[in-house]
Design a protein around this ligand. Structure first.
Ligand code: SF4
Length: 205
């Protein structure tokens, strides 16, 4: 049987764009984003609901995606979604890294880990439990806070990641209650930090 070249493997793509990373430890750097389609987590506050289904989106080959990323000459390539780990990310990340690109992942961790990354941002969701494979891969833990319950959930998840993991609490967008919860919590627990999405404040993507 003839083997397909890994460069010709395809992924459903919502969008690719070159911008500035707006959140987390790499906030402020030049980043090329690859947004994969498909997510079965369905958070109520999701700001990417259009990415939940795979169907309407074009399939792009590994070769095409890698060429676009390389041409942009970013500091990092961010693979996001949707939930990227629905897909096997090995072919895509292998290619990007072979081109000398630094590759980051943003995931809820609900599917088995795949791919090879320089940085992994793990944002677990209480309604859809993470797959155990994510914990040892995590560099940055990001908990979105809507209520007191989310703070408790975040502390439980933080016990499962390695000790060097940077821990962020991010307010649900425009919720005064969540901002106050985070403010009060961090004054008590100094190993946590607040995460804000500067692209929303500065009005870039
Ligand atoms: S995991 Fe991410 S893409 Fe999926 S519903 Fe939640 S916020 Fe949206």
């Amino acid at each position: 049987m003839k083997m397909i070249s890994s460069d010709l493997i395809t992924y459903p793509i919502v969008e690719t764009f070159h911008s500035i990373q707006g959140e987390g430890a790499w906030m402020g750097v030049s980043a090329f984003f690859i947004r994969l389609a498909g997510c079965d987590v369905h958070c109520s506050w999701c700001d990417q609901k259009e990415s939940w289904t795979v169907k309407p989106y074009p399939l792009r080959t590994v070769e095409e995606l890698a060429k676009l990323a390389k041409q942009s000459n970013p500091l990092i390539v961010v693979i996001t979604g949707g939930e990227p780990l629905i897909h096997n990310l090995d072919p895509l990340t292998d290619k990007l890294r072979r081109l000398g690109l630094r590759v980051h992942l943003e995931t809820s961790g609900t599917h088995p880990f795949s791919g090879s990354f320089d940085w992994v941002t793990f944002s677990p969701k209480p309604l859809s439990l993470p797959n155990e494979s994510i914990y040892s891969q995590t560099n940055e833990l990001k908990i979105v806070i809507a209520s007191e319950l989310d703070l408790q959930w975040g502390q439980q998840e933080a016990k499962k990641v390695s000790s060097g993991t940077i821990k962020y609490l991010q307010p649900e967008w425009n919720s005064h209650e969540s901002k106050q919860l985070i403010y009060d919590f961090i004054l008590q627990c100094s190993d946590w930090r607040i995460s804000v999405q500067i692209h929303k404040f500065l009005d870039f993507r």
